[in-house]
Design a protein around this ligand. Sequence first.
Ligand SMILES: [Mg+2]
Length: 265
Amino acid sequence: MIGPPGLWERRRDALALLRNAPAAALTDIDGTIAPIAAKPSAAAVLPAARDALAALADRVSVVVLTGRSAATARAMIGLDNAVYSGNHGTEWLVAGERSVEPAALPYVERVREIAQAAERGVGAAGVWIEDKEVSLSVHYRNAPEPDAARAEILAFLDANAADMAVREGKMIVEVRPPVALSKGEAARSFIRRERIASALLLGDDRSDAEAFAVVRAMRGAGEIRAACAAVSPRDAPPELLASADYVLEDPADTARLLAWLAEEV
Ligand SMILES: [Mg+2]
């Protein structure tokens, strides 16, 4: 199968987008600008990517779309002039001001309940439950038997969190409020609010595929110019590759591209 072309080779396409003001670069963190770490708390944004985003933020909107909390995203990237959309589009951190999407607020208590129940109820070794207030991540990257751990997590959530939106990512199961909030909705609302003319999207997992699909639909409707790049294509879920225009080999390749764009734009 011939997949999407490499964005480094086609980097002038990305440059043309970012020169078409008002432009935005929307990026995921883990697996996109930060190599995946065995423990999520050990993951770090590549310094070259962070420096490039800092430089780009003077010229274009830099929007971080992540499943992490917005505060954690801000701590990992360290940029005051970026916009952070955390917890899969359910919260925002803009110029130091945090807000939670009203539709997600009623589920904060429910997320805590499920997190506490999962601590007691999921027995598989190597599982780590991360309560992010507006959503919950159940990580099994460190499980000695990941398939068994995944099955136990899904069965537990099926029995105990059927009222929530349960989504799978790479070695992770996410529990989110059952409302129409996602990275895709966050991208759409930012683009419309800021009247963005062109956008570059970078991501590596299923939740990024949702954002790619939304922005490609906006492109199809003539609302925006846009390109979507899937990072780490060998490890990518099929729906991500299916909705990508380009690929980047790994987070280091993303950092190289961002550094070049920061120089040229
Ligand atoms: Mg990711």
